[in-house]
Design a protein around this ligand. Structure first.
Ligand SMILES: [Zn+2]
Length: 326
């Protein structure tokens, strides 16, 4: 079930910025069949050199794995494997009364491990599987007070949840995590945040439907392992002032952002033009993770914008469950 392919990327080439950006789109075009054969390409660089494996779990779900002197460590971002049907990318949009479900059998099949789980915001497509995954893995979970409250209401183990606000710079076992204040995508003709609001104070009643899972403010994260820094944004917006000094080697950039002035060029400028850009949040999650990703329509616009703003950057499209090593 946990099929996927691995790609090794030379950081030297990456840093030199000499790789053409267009090659990545071939990955999607080639992924036409519903069944794919697992393939493994070993990363021969020693762990001390900072080899970091990034696996796309669909939507904004990412697994970041690397070896430390104390063993392999794993950081998950917004893991959502259940992917229940909402109609989000249909003409009618997401049905706000869609019940929240957690498919533990599906989650178990991927056998994820985690030391940290990083939550960017409280929406259904980012947070619903996190309470169960926290219980399964024993991971420490970072989120705002609102996110943490809603995860408690969904049954997450309270002692594993850590409230962050943005600005934290955490020293972990062989890696660091910088928590960055960020902003959510704004959509529709009035540029609105879907399901806005926060749930501070006491945990709310148990969320039942997707509109119960309000945004709860949005965070971005910079995970740094040796000389590799990976920044992730859960929505297609950001706060430039909060990215001061953030200079990642890899940026996970969501598709969309049409309501945001110069979304991609301003973001890449603020990040110092990272050498590798991986699109995220570009697949229609009405379809399961074990099928090839289906573009909801934002991928080529993002690709063009990245190429125009950072012509020296490599833009690589991963399919579901594919891994890239940097
Ligand atoms: Zn959202």
């Amino acid at each position: 079930m946990a099929q996927g392919t691995n790609r090794a990327v030379s950081r030297r080439r990456l840093l030199a910025g000499s790789v053409a950006g267009a090659a990545g789109l071939a990955g999607v075009a080639a992924a036409g069949s519903a069944t794919r054969t697992p393939r493994t390409v070993s990363d021969t660089r020693p762990a001390a050199a900072g080899g970091v494996r990034l696996r796309w779990l669909g939507n904004n779900g990412w697994e970041i794995r690397f070896d430390t002197s104390n063993g392999t460590r794993t950081v998950l971002i917004d893991p959502w494997l259940t992917r229940f049907h909402t109609g989000t990318y249909s003409t009618a949009g997401a049905d706000p009364n869609t019940p929240i479900t957690v498919d533990t059998a599906t989650i178990d099949r991927y056998a994820l491990k985690a030391d940290h789980i990083l939550v960017t915001h409280g929406h259904y497509d980012h947070m619903t599987d996190v309470p169960y995954l926290a219980s399964r893995t024993g991971a420490t979970v970072l989120g705002t007070e609102s996110h943490v409250n809603m995860m408690r209401a969904l049954g997450a183990p309270a002692d594993q949840l850590s409230v962050v606000r943005g600005g934290e710079y955490l020293e972990c076992d062989g890696y660091t995590i910088r928590v960055l204040r960020s902003l959510h995508s704004m959509t529709g003709p009035r540029a609105q945040v879907p399901f806005p609001g926060t749930r501070p104070g006491a945990p709310p009643r148990r969320p039942r439907v997707i509109s119960d899972l309000v945004e709860g403010e949005t965070l971005a994260y910079l995970v740094t392992v040796g000389d590799v820094g990976v920044v992730d944004f859960g929505g297609s917006n950001f706060s430039a002032a909060d990215l001061a000094g953030v200079r990642p080697t890899v940026a996970l950039v969501p598709a969309g952002g049409g309501s945001i002035h110069s979304y991609v060029p301003r973001l890449l400028d603020a990040l110092g033009h990272p050498g590798l850009v991986l699109p995220t949040h570009w697949d229609d999650f009405d379809y399961p993770l074990d099928q090839p990703a289906r573009d909801w329509g934002g991928l080529s616009t993002l690709h063009s914008a990245v190429t125009a703003a950072s012509p020296d950057a490599r833009f690589t499209v991963l399919d579901h469950l594919e891994t890239i090593t940097v």
